[in-house]
Design a protein around this ligand. Structure first.
Ligand SMILES: O=c1nc2n(C[C@H](O)[C@H](O)[C@H](O)CO)c3cc(O)ccc3cc-2c(=O)[nH]1
Ligand SMILES: C[C@H]1O[C@@H](n2cnc3c(N)ncnc32)[C@H](O)[C@@H]1O
Ligand code: MET
Ligand code: SF4
Length: 377
């Protein structure tokens, strides 16, 4: 729908031209997704906030010296899960720091007390417990994983995810967002997406905009994700997330992307990505979320009536009822979805492990969430 060259030329599009670009993207969204915008009712489970990386924008990460570092215990996780269940949540989003045991003896000690030697082993067993003891479906966002990790986690997750963020190696340089972050090496991130493809895991990825990348690097990142999907077919959604500057981080004074930058990027993403990939933007990182609808999104991602967004703790979720009103004001219905999209539910032998497939299908059927969207293949 848009060639690389055309996308590259849109770096500075503003005013009426930007409006027209957004209209084209919104038209594609309307044809492929109809008059509905989706979200997943979820709880957020920050299993550990320790991490071997130190991204320049991240406040989620805590060092043992801060006195605020944790591994949640299984009881703490189940408490969140049970309270979420009571509020009608369907997704347990595990989002966590990467391999802290490789960096901190404190992390190794905490894991040992819990009976484990690696974060992924622990994650596996806690996600299994969530499946055994609740109705919630785990979505695992644990960053860069190797192929064995993805294989091992597939039976305990309905879907998995990891933001590519950006394909640029430049961001690893000193003074840039991903300096000294071994898990943000683009090749390692792309490999994770590829393993998920090879192992048929419904996968969420995306770009983080405004972290020092160029427009061209943004376009190349979207194209790399799209290529993976054209080959493997597993990318269920792409998130376009705007960087938010946080006090106390290396990037505290870095300029945040403005609304036009988000609109331009969302519209170009909609016109570059295969229409079967859902386009998501979070509703809590920007006030004018009507503008996202006009720029072609069809999904708001996970929204929680219980837990905060631990990655952006200062940004409250909108009330689901007020988001509904905003959607209706634009002529769209807000509809709930599961963490795994209908297309993958419909090919469950391939995309869902035998051990959880009946559980997920049962969950979808009993909630009437199985086949809401009519997506092209
Ligand atoms: O609350 C959040 N949820 C995040 N989610 C969760 C997401 O909104 C939903 O849980 C998925 O759409 C699955 O339903 C992510 C999921 C991924 O797989 C990858 C990255 C993210 C990023 C965030 C995030 O920053 N904040
Ligand atoms: C879960 C995802 O949240 C994103 N993330 C981490 N910190 C920030 C921030 N300050 N602003 C916006 N997004 C952020 C990263 O891309 C991570 O992969
Ligand atoms: C809190 S960030 C979420 C998961 C992972 N550490 C990543 O950066 O992708
Ligand atoms: S964004 Fe993820 S990888 Fe980076 S420091 Fe935070 S938790 Fe670690």
């Amino acid at each position: 729908m848009l060639s690389r060259q055309e996308a590259l030329a849109l770096a500075n599009v503003t005013g009426p031209d930007l409006h027209a670009l957004c209209e084209s993207a919104a038209q594609v969204r309307d044809i492929c997704y109809g008059q509905q915008l989706t979200y997943s009712r979820k709880v957020f489970i920050p299993l550990t906030n320790m991490c071997r990386d130190s991204c320049g924008y991240c406040t989620f990460v805590k060092t043992p010296e801060s006195g605020q570092a944790w591994y949640l215990t299984p009881d703490e996780v189940m408490d969140i899960v049970q309270r979420g269940e009571q509020l009608g949540c369907k997704e347990a989003l595990f989002s966590l720091g990467e391999k802290p045991e490789l960096k901190y003896s404190y992390a190794r000690d905490r894991l040992q007390t819990l009976g484990y030697s690696s974060t992924v082993d622990y994650l596996h067993d806690v996600a299994a417990q969530v499946i055994d003891q609740s109705y919630l479906l785990p979505h695992i966002n644990a960053g860069t994983l190797d192929k064995d990790d993805v294989r091992r986690l597939k039976p305990v997750a309905a879907s998995m995810g990891m933001m590519l963020e950006n394909i640029s190696r430049r961001l690893l340089r000193k003074g840039m967002a991903h300096h000294a972050c071994p898990d943000k090496v683009p090749q390692a991130r792309l490999k994770t997406i590829e393993y998920a493809g090879q192992l048929d895991v419904p996968f969420t990825t995306g770009i983080l905009i405004g972290i020092g990348e160029s427009w061209e690097e943004r376009i190349e990142s979207l194209l790399a994700i799209n290529e993976m999907h054209l080959y493997y077919g597993h990318v269920q959604e792409v998130i376009v997330q705007n960087f938010r500057a946080k006090a106390g981080t290396a990037m505290a004074d870095h300029t945040e992307p403005d609304l036009d930058d988000m609109r331009r990027t969302l519209a170009v993403a909609r016109l570059l990505l295969h229409p079967s990939i859902s386009l998501q933007a979070p509703p809590n990182l920007e006030q004018h979320y009507g503008a996202y609808v006009s720029a072609g999104i069809n999904d708001w991602g996970g929204i929680s009536p219980l837990t905060i967004d631990h990655i952006n703790p200062e940004r409250a979720w909108p009330q689901i009822s007020s988001l509904q009103q905003a959607c209706q004001g634009k002529g769209y219905q807000l509809r709930e979805r599961l963490t795994v999209y209908p297309r993958y539910l419909q090919q469950s032998e391939r995309y869902l492990d035998d051990s959880i497939s009946p559980f997920i299908s049962g969950m979808a059927a009993s909630n009437g969430l199985a086949a809401q969207q009519c997506l092209p293949d």
